[in-house]
Design a binder for this molecule. Structure first.
Ligand SMILES: Nc1ncnc2c1ncn2[C@@H]1O[C@H](COP(=O)(O)OP(=O)(O)O)[C@@H](O)[C@H]1O
Ligand SMILES: [Mg+2]
Length: 358
């Protein structure tokens, strides 16, 4: 292997995006990771002025200028870079000078380190930790409660048959049964959160699932307008129909609750090829996924709260339990997908469910 091929191999196998520009900011090198990160083939970047690339923003411009002026390395940590296609990247950026043999600067090396995956990974580990520590306690308690609860519900139902003719007593018993069933559901939820689920995978049509949900929902939520923007070419995917129904129901209910029961819920489906799972390695980075988006016009969620949403028992509702999103997250993760949240205070939120194709 000659030295040039060796260098090229090294550059293309790096995780970090490496871009080299000359003194006039013309791009002379653009490695594979940079292609993935910026969603731009090297053939379209090389030879162009770096200012015209989608990654250019004012801070990066300053870093490059300072490096060209001073011949020093500059860096910026945890910078979010907004690309022209609307994607935001969380990056560490460094710019270093390139010198020729005379010691004159003739270019800049720009290193882009993608932090999105690291951030996601940290978040995932945090969630797993919580679930793991909850798991054993919850499973133990749940078991101890479920059995007597079953007896309470059974006995109350028998008793109800006896006192049916006494409306007052019957009413009390109904409360007992209703509340006991509520606790029972809560425990089922808790168990489903801490135990691995057995998915019943079949080919499913997402639009069919959504339409079924809307059929039921529009009957019960008359002040909600449902808008559907479906991609008609959306392929079927392998998934657990019931579990996905549970997820979308949770998300739609949350949207309705965020709008105090009144407003527009928009459902959007599309195919996405723009998401990269960079920790899998360069060969398998990009993965086509389908996306289901649930848009509401509710109160919105403060930035710092977004990462807490999926924590079990996190709720801001007086009668909330705070398990809906935790369970939804787990179900989607078991489908090898993920959920992204975008929100604007006072405007509304978008929950995006990504599910892998094939
Ligand atoms: N669409 C939304 N708009 C605003 N806040 C939301 C939305 N979805 C979820 N949340 C917040 O996340 C919390 C947790 O949601 P969830 O897990 O479904 O539990 P619950 O609905 O029982 O509170 C909610 O209490 C609310 O504060
Ligand atoms: Mg909920």
């Amino acid at each position: 292997m000659d030295i040039k091929t060796l260098y090229e191999n090294i550059l293309s196998s790096l995780r970090d995006g490496i871009i080299v520009i000359d003194i006039n900011k013309k791009v002379t090198l653009f490695n594979q990771a940079a292609e993935h990160l910026l969603d731009l083939p090297a053939s379209q970047a090389c030879g162009k002025n770096f200012d015209d690339l989608p990654a250019m923003d004012s801070e990066l411009r300053l870093l490059i200028r300072d490096t060209l002026l001073t011949g020093k390395t500059f860096s910026s940590h945890k910078r979010s870079l907004l690309l022209k296609n609307g994607k935001t990247l969380s990056l560490d950026i460094a710019t270093s000078p390139l010198f020729n043999q005379q010691g004159d600067i003739y270019g800049v090396v720009i290193v882009l380190r993608d932090l999105t995956a690291i951030k996601d990974l940290e978040e995932e580990i945090r969630r797993k930790d919580i679930l793991a520590s909850m798991g054993s306690v919850a499973a133990g308690i749940a078991h101890e409660i479920k059995n007597p609860l079953g007896s309470i519900i059974g006995a109350s139902q028998l008793l109800y048959e006896e006192v049916k003719n006494n409306p007052e007593l019957a009413e009390y018993l109904k409360v007992v049964i209703k509340e006991a069933e509520r606790v029972n559901r809560l425990i089922e939820d808790l168990l489903s959160l801490t135990k691995p689920t057995r998915l019943n995978l079949k080919k499913v049509n997402i639009h069919e699932i959504l339409k079924n949900i809307l059929l039921l929902e529009s009957a019960s939520s008359t002040k909600i307008i449902f808008q559907e923007e479906y991609d008609p070419s959306l392929p079927e995917i392998l998934a657990d129909r019931e579990k996905l129904t549970q997820v979308f129901l949770n998300l739609i209910h949350n949207g309705i609750e965020a709008m105090s029961g009144q407003g527009i819920i928009k459902l959007v489906t599309r195919v996405s090829t723009d998401y990269y799972i960079s920790r899998i390695g360069p060969e398998k980075r990009s993965r086509p996924m389908i996306v289901v988006e649930i848009h509401d016009q509710g109160e919105g969620i403060p930035e710092e709260v977004i990462e807490k949403l999926f924590t079990p028992f996190y709720t801001t509702k007086p009668k909330g339990v705070g398990l809906g999103l935790a369970i939804s997250h787990k179900i989607i993760e078991e489908h090898e997908g993920f959920i992204k949240v975008e929100s604007k205070i006072g405007k509304g939120s978008i929950f995006k469910v990504y599910l892998p194709l094939s």
